[in-house]
Design a protein around this ligand. Structure first.
Ligand SMILES: *[C@@H]1O[C@H](CO)[C@@H](O)[C@H](O)[C@H]1NC(C)=O
Ligand SMILES: *[C@@H]1O[C@H](CO)[C@@H](O)[C@H](O)[C@H]1NC(C)=O
Length: 326
């Protein structure tokens, strides 16, 4: 296990990125175009325009995906957290310093944002979640991408690894993660508001829950971003939220890839000021992972990449460069 203390993090952040040559790219040229999202009973009747594409998962569910940068560069697929959407990674995807080094891909996981929001039990089996990722990988022609799961989004990596060998990915990045649906690694403050997530009987209490939760994620979000996150909560049927909490998965294959086979590298990032995640509970889950790097970003809230965008970028890109160089 490699643990980066803060001083080492700051030192490595200054190192050049090895083989990842700095080439400037225009983010607007190397991006999906704007498409229409038309209301259907499957997407909860939303009607909008957004930059991205729809990819079709194995069970027919339409998944909204979006990519930026040069597809010949190493790819990182970002998976957002519970109740919000890929929109939450805007500050990363709009940052040309990321695009110099990597191809960025993100998608609204089923039940979220611009994607379809199925409410049958069959749609929430572990394999369906893995198939959504596969559809994104195929659509962009990705070869052994890195995958980054933020918060509850990290649970999807457990599904992905259940249906693929370790070498399907180049590495896993856990960012302030909940690695499995079957654990609860959140703080008592989150536990206190959690029952309100699935509330359908009282609009006032539901609103109060979402606001309290978002305040815990970061106490000083820029207003339009704050509203966008709350809007994501509003476009999710509560029946979907129920499945997100209750769905089951196995972590056997994930652990085999990391703890027995040992070929799958894992970077675990934590926010030094995260009010949501109990770091020690996550460390218990990843204990025994063979190629493990742990970084705690000083001053970072649960939204690590919003709190400390530069340290976050350097942490991820330095680690990716290190993995690719051996
Ligand atoms: C999509 O539309 C937005 C808003 O009109 C615009 O700023 C953006 O440049 C468009 N993107 C592409 C790739 O056409
Ligand atoms: C909703 O909850 C609030 C606060 O808990 C309470 O004051 C209100 O009476 C509730 N409304 C209904 C319709 O139950």
């Amino acid at each position: 296990m490699r643990i980066f203390p803060d001083w080492l993090l700051l030192a490595t952040a200054l190192l050049p990125l090895g083989s990842l040559a700095a080439v400037s790219v225009s983010s607007s040229k190397l991006a999906d175009s704007n498409i229409s999202i038309t209301p259907t009973s499957k997407n909860f009747e939303i009607s909008a325009v957004s930059q991205g594409r729809f990819v079709t998962s194995a069970d027919g569910t339409q998944i909204f995906a979006d990519a930026r940068g040069d597809p010949s560069k190493p790819a990182i697929v970002f998976i957002h957290g519970l109740g919000i959407s890929a929109m939450s990674f805007d500050n990363v995807f709009n940052d040309p310093l990321w695009l110099r080094h990597v191809f960025l891909v993100r998608y609204d996981t089923r039940g979220h944002g611009r994607s379809d929001k199925p409410t049958t039990a069959a749609a929430w089996e572990s394999q369906r979640i893995a198939e959504d990722f596969d559809a994104v990988v195929r659509s962009y022609g990705l070869h052994r991408p890195f995958v980054l799961g933020w918060s509850y989004g990290a649970t999807h990596i457990t599904d992905i690894m259940t249906f693929h060998p370790a070498n399907y990915l180049s590495g896993i990045i856990y960012d302030a993660p909940q690695p499995r649906t079957t654990d609860f690694v959140f703080s008592p403050a989150v536990a206190a508001v959690a029952p309100g997530f699935t509330l359908t009987s009282n609009v006032t209490d539901f609103q109060a829950t979402m606001i309290a939760f978002l305040n815990l994620c970061h106490p000083a979000l820029e207003w339009t971003f704050y509203l966008a996150c709350l809007g994501d909560a509003l476009v999710q049927p509560r029946a979907v939220t129920e499945f997100l909490f209750s769905r089951t998965q196995s972590s056997d294959e994930l652990f085999k890839a990391g703890k027995e086979d040992g070929s799958l590298p894992l970077l675990a990032i934590f926010g030094g000021d995260d009010q949501n995640i109990v770091k020690d509970l996550v460390l218990e889950i990843v204990e025994g992972w063979k190629d493990l790097s742990i970084v705690t970003i000083p001053g970072a809230q649960h939204f690590t990449f919003v709190s400390q965008p530069e340290l976050f970028r350097k942490t991820v890109l330095n680690w990716v460069a290190g993995i690719l160089s051996h």
